[in-house]
Design a protein. Structure first.
Length: 346
């Protein structure tokens, strides 16, 4: 008799990290095999996904709520993963899991390689644990782990959460809350892809310690098992920093910004973006952190330019005679807009 498994999937696919919802598998010869013909009377009523962006890794915690409409049942829940990417990037560590608030033990199982019913073919192993689902009651499960970023280029880091496999449960996914917290200094989401959502906003102040964002989705019907939440993480200044000679690559210089352009910046990053405009014109900063950023860090990050002979220029040459009049009308507009957004984020 087939023993069905519900899988919370971590995939590192095409040099990206994928974190997944649930789908059905069965055991065969000591290996997990995917299948699409399993059915249960359990609905995923809610899913809360917390993603915390750090400098060299990101942390994920996912809380699931399930309701069992049918008789009491026991299922094996698994978390499969593989690593396929640049130098093994996208690997996870510190995996933990809980059921109804109690930490749950898990075992490592190998996965069968040749899958005829699944679109992703290079999973390696799965962390598997046993969960009881009482009849007509809610069961809560939690998983957490740390992962290195997947990469599509040296500049861009990728976060992916594979939610499409949630279609294997009864009905649609009732509610999905995606919460993103950015603890990095110079990086932010530059491209995002979510399921169709009801609301998206930033949250800060006493509720969360730092600027964070919350996306609410309801009645999610994945079209494919491979549907993903995707975040592409890039430099807050664009083009890996505001280079001295590459002003036309810095959006604060060449175009009028809109409020939506500033949405994914933290409050601290908005301040850096605004002051980068002044740094281009040699403004002599008085705050030590800005002096460090636009003099010391600028050299470390390679924000300097080169003259016509190829010699490296100083990052931001100081101008003791600086005047606001040196800013273009576009730059003045952007400074005002950014400052208004900073003040709004109290």
């Amino acid at each position: 008799m087939k023993k069905f498994l519900i899988i919370l999937s971590l995939l590192v696919f095409l040099s990206s990290s994928l974190f997944a919802n649930d789908t059905y598998f069965y055991m065969a010869g000591g290996q997990l095999v995917p299948t699409k013909d399993g059915e249960v009377d359990i609905e995923m009523t809610e899913e809360v996904i917390d993603i915390v962006l750090e400098k060299d890794c990101y942390e994920v915690t996912v809380n699931f709520s399930f309701y069992n409409y049918g008789p009491a049942t026991t299922l094996e829940i698994g978390f499969p993963f593989f690593c396929q990417g640049i130098c093994g990037e996208g690997t996870i560590s510190d995996f933990q899991c809980w059921t109804n608030g109690v930490e749950t033990s898990f075992a490592d199982y190998p996965l069968k390689k040749e899958w005829s019913t699944w679109e992703l073919t290079d999973l390696e192993n799965a962390f598997v644990r046993t969960i009881d689902f009482p009849s007509k009651k809610i069961t809560k499960t939690t998983i957490s782990y740390t992962s290195t970023y997947g990469r599509e280029s040296p500049s861009f880091r990728i976060v992916k959460y594979l939610y499409g496999t949630g279609s294997s449960w009864k009905n649609s996914i009732g509610k999905m809350t995606i919460r993103i917290q950015n603890n990095t200094k110079y990086r932010k989401p530059i491209e995002v892809n979510f399921p169709e959502y009801d609301s998206i906003k930033y949250k800060n102040g006493n509720e969360w310690e730092r600027d964070s964002w919350e996306i609410i989705c309801t009645n999610i019907e994945p079209k494919n098992y491979t549907d993903c939440i995707t975040l592409e993480i890039g430099d807050i200044f664009g083009n890996d920093g505001p280079h001295v000679m590459w002003k036309n690559d810095f959006m604060g210089y060449y175009k009028k910004l809109k409020k939506e352009d500033l949405f994914w910046y933290t409050k601290a990053q908005l301040r850096l973006l605004r002051n980068a405009i002044y740094a281009y014109h040699g403004y002599p900063f008085k705050s030590q952190d800005l002096i460090d950023i636009f003099e010391k860090d600028a050299l470390i990050w390679g924000w300097y330019g080169r003259d016509k002979n190829g010699e490296r220029l100083k990052a931001y040459p100081l101008d003791k005679n600086f005047s606001e009049d040196r800013l273009s009308e576009i730059e003045k507009y952007n400074v005002k807009l950014i400052l208004e957004e900073e003040n709004r984020r109290k």
